[in-house]
Design a binder for this molecule. Structure first.
Ligand SMILES: *[C@@H]1O[C@H](CO)[C@@H](O)[C@H](O)[C@H]1NC(C)=O
Ligand SMILES: *[C@@H]1O[C@H](CO)[C@@H](O)[C@H](O)[C@H]1NC(C)=O
Ligand SMILES: *[C@@H]1O[C@H](CO)[C@@H](O)[C@H](O)[C@H]1NC(C)=O
Length: 273
């Protein structure tokens, strides 16, 4: 038995490298220029403030910024222009008004049961029906052993305590910066069918967070999604930005839009220390 357990323990131990958090900026996030108003002498300087963390690092934004060159689900082409200025003051309108058009499963987003179940979709199990209690509360951020899909064995070795209801799984997707690449990459890390089944049968986890566009690995795309969504009480939150956040316990807040009839929605997620 000991000989069986040892490799698993080593495997899990190897993943416990905790990166240091940078409060000023996120150097590992490409093209992110964090601006800080306190660095500006003149209050009239028109420099917008963009931050990854707030209040000295107490509030951590784990949602991705929507940009035209973020990856788009199952497409070799990036998201592209998703904002259109419909009314413009320069053209005589009273205000500037933009319209937005993009798949609901873009960037950091949530899946509703209707995503993979026709009868749930027809019955109205859309993002407006998702339980905000599940999407808000204590959460565990764990490091998945590098370069492994989340199988039943990986789930076992993560040793997530019973009772934990919200887990954010950080994988090699974050190291590979897949969410910052233009092309959709099918080699991302996700749950295999047996990993999803193990989670459903052996844990109390209801919020399953992951750091790429799908909670299910590419080869198990349908089967793992079906296992998570079937009971309608597990909520996959996908495309999380988990760079530079130490593993550990936080309070998570995730809020989807109330899109009636939509099986997915952009979601803003933050962690609070
Ligand atoms: C404003 O007018 C210019 C010139 O007619 C046009 O090219 C542009 O698309 C207009 N923009 C909007 C937002 O209406
Ligand atoms: C948008 O509105 C601002 C005023 O708030 C105006 O100065 C600007 O020209 C407008 N932009 C365009 C593209 O119309
Ligand atoms: C994870 O699974 C996908 C297919 O579902 C595969 O392309 C990828 O290489 C796997 N990753 C690892 C590290 O095994």
């Amino acid at each position: 038995m000991a000989s069986l357990l040892l490799p698993l323990l080593i495997l899990c131990a190897a993943s416990q490298k905790i990166p240091a958090i940078s409060t000023a900026a996120y150097p590992s996030v490409p093209d992110t220029k964090t601006t800080d108003r306190s660095l500006s002498n003149n209050i009239d300087d028109l420099i917008p403030v963009r931050r990854e963390v707030y209040d000295g690092g107490r509030i951590i934004d784990i949602s991705h910024r929507y940009t035209p060159d973020m990856p788009s689900w199952h497409s070799m082409e990036m998201l592209g222009q998703f904002l259109l200025l419909r009314k413009s003051m320069r053209n005589g309108s009273l205000s500037n008004i933009s319209e937005m058009k993009m798949p609901t499963h873009t960037g950091t987003h949530v899946d509703a049961p209707g995503h993979f179940f026709d009868h749930y979709f027809d019955a109205g199990f859309d993002v407006d029906t998702l339980d905000l209690e599940v999407l808000n509360g204590p959460a565990l951020l764990v490091d998945v052993p590098k370069d492994k899909n989340i199988t039943a064995d990986v789930m076992k070795c993560l040793n997530i305590p019973k009772g934990v209801r919200r887990v954010l799984f950080r994988t090699s997707n974050t190291d590979r910066q897949l969410m910052f690449k233009k092309e959709y990459d099918t080699s991302f890390i996700g749950f295999t069918k047996d990993g999803a089944k193990w989670l459903v049968e052996n844990t109390h986890i209801k919020l399953v967070g992951i750091d790429y566009l799908s909670v299910a690995a590419h080869d198990d795309l349908i089967s793992a999604h079906l296992i998570f969504l079937e009971s309608r009480d597990i909520i996959p939150v996908e495309g999380l930005k988990l760079d530079d956040v130490p593993a550990g316990i936080y309070t998570v807040h995730c809020l989807p839009l109330r899109l009636l009839g939509a099986e997915g929605s952009p979601i803003r997620c933050i962690l609070i220390k």
